[in-house]
Design a protein. Sequence first.
Length: 345
Amino acid sequence: MTQEASMTDRIHGKPIDIAKLKQPVLSDIRGHLEKIERIVHYLSEKETAIEQESCYICDNNAREHLVDIHGFNYVTCSDCGHVYTTRRYTDDAIRRFYEDNAYWAKVTYANKETCQYRRENVARPKVEFAERYLSNTRGVWLDIGSGIGDIVSVAKERGWQAVGLELSATSVEFALEVFGVELQRQTLDEYLDSNPGIIGELSVVSMIGLLEHIVDPMAMLRRVRSALRAGGGVMIQVPNAYSLTTMIQETSPENVFRHMSPIEHIMLFTESSLTRALELAGFEIVAHWYHGLDVYELMVNQILNNSRISSSRLYRALVEAMNDLQMVIDKRELSDRIICVARVC
Ligand SMILES: [Zn+2]
């Protein structure tokens, strides 16, 4: 895999307090992994998986085996470098799963102890990142897949007319309770079809941790493109397939509960496949931001392999050094997340 050199702005790193942000997971890693395995089992019992014959982005069917994780085969597209599972569940099956399993939203995002921290230290820098490259006039900002509404909450505070779409009832309730934000329980198509006046008027569309879940990312990007006004653009965050976390998970697939978690991420992007997707949909990337949780992944993996580590001096030293260590990974663009801003062209 090679990374294409490009003339975009390139930003690296974002300090976070991992112990604070991931406390619900860190306090019981083994239990968390077992729950993920149970969810995989739940879906395989209740739903029928369908085959994914070709690449979601370039439609090429040539591919190479990457790794098997919890019974799913991840492959790399020979053309654009996109990584995806050869089997997946339908949108409806995934929606049924999220409706029946409020646990997922609670442990990862909708956790009261971490939500204010997440708003200030995760959502706010992302909103400010998009503002640097997209129009200064505060128009309509549409956030698709809003989760607990942290992006919408920050964008509103900063003067945008922010609208958030979120399908999970648990998350919608939570957003209202903690941030006073009213999210719409609609898909993008439902929202645009019921608000035709907004088409061609959107200034910013954000999709944070969204495209890797959905079965037709190209259709979504094209629909978003058609709804943006001239000068508008998107901010997109996706998991990076060409990352240290991927390499860790390739070597210990039995320990995977995030990133290449097949029920959650049916695909992962490379900078090359993300660029291809955006160009095909009519966008031009203006900035990349690499940051990730690869050192966290390394630690979690060590703990799962050796339970003595979680109460060790090694663990405490790594937690203290985590931001510095992660910055080295981010500068090498081996971090497990890519965020980009792209303008309509
Ligand atoms: Zn491809």
